[in-house]
Design a protein around this ligand. Structure first.
Ligand code: CO
Length: 272
């Protein structure tokens, strides 16, 4: 490690622009490792013993949405599962195995499902653009699109993809919540909460969509409230900052005067 260059002299992106050599990656890695040991002596020997993350991140594979950097978390602090467009399919053994390991073995306290604006998968789903094998994967988002087509059609065209990004997050939060892993965890009294977040590639900021599920409240009502907030937010793009700066308003306050919440009796599928 002594021969590693100081980390401040290495700017990975610049180096990669100049060269396709993978040597740059190893050089940066050596510098990073050395810097970590300088900052926190014994850091890696501590990691060897165990990982005790409090968080699980379920996000998009998009290279612009790196979980650790966005949240300022270090190795050992967040357990990550990523796929195209952050989808949790009921029968996806890859995602379910990751969630089970995180919940049952690592005992994470929070699971964040994180979508991002400008997601190519969401855009393709919205427009019906064929991109290849992934069409079949993205079909899950088209199901979300079709479920909320009344709302999406009513929104300005330029915000529909962002709205669908958030609707997809809400849908995937529900999919995690109804998995046997979560039902069993909550059934035995384990404290773990699932959150729906979105990330702005344009400003680097996370937003809490206000859908946090801990097994204690009726899931369908929470889902409907989240969908209402999304509809309200994107039908008034100019008010977005005041509405969602920090914690969003409680569901009862989300609908403005004269726009009562959807009837309780309507199904989630008709929540629009
Ligand atoms: Co994406």
């Amino acid at each position: 490690m002594t021969d590693a260059a100081p980390i401040e002299t290495l700017h990975l992106t610049d180096n990669l622009r100049m060269s396709d050599s993978l040597d740059d990656l190893f050089a940066h890695n050596r510098a990073w490792s050395a810097q970590m040991e300088r900052d926190k002596p014994g850091f890696f020997s501590g990691l060897v013993k165990q990982q005790t993350p409090r968080y699980m991140w379920i996000g998009c594979s998009d290279s612009r949405v790196p979980a650790n950097q966005i949240t300022g978390l270090e190795p050992g602090e967040v357990f990550v599962h990523r796929n195209v467009a952050n989808i949790v399919v009921h029968s996806d053994l890859n995602a379910l195995s990751a969630i089970q390991f995180a919940v049952e073995h690592l005992k994470v306290a929070h699971i964040m499902v994180v979508g991002h604006y400008g997601c190519a998968g969401v855009k393709a789903a919205l427009s019906g653009t064929r991109i290849g094998l992934a069409d079949n994967w993205i079909r899950h988002i088209q199901d979300v699109r079709d479920r909320h087509h009344v709302m999406l059609d009513s929104l300005p065209e330029e915000v529909r993809a962002d709205a669908l990004c958030e609707l997809n997050v809400a849908e995937q939060v529900v999919n995690v919540a109804v998995s046997t892993v979560m039902v069993d965890a909550w059934g035995r009294g384990q404290k773990v909460t699932i959150h729906g977040w979105s990330f702005g590639v344009h400003d680097g900021l996370l937003q809490d969509l206000g859908l946090s599920v801990d097994g204690g409240k009726p899931l369908e009502a929470m889902y409907k409230a989240a969908v209402q907030r999304i509809r309200y937010k994107w039908s008034r793009p100019g008010e977005t900052v005041t509405l969602l700066n920090g914690k969003p308003p409680a569901p009862a306050e989300a609908a403005p005067a004269g726009q009562p919440p959807a009837p309780e009796g309507s199904s989630a599928q008709a929540a629009d």
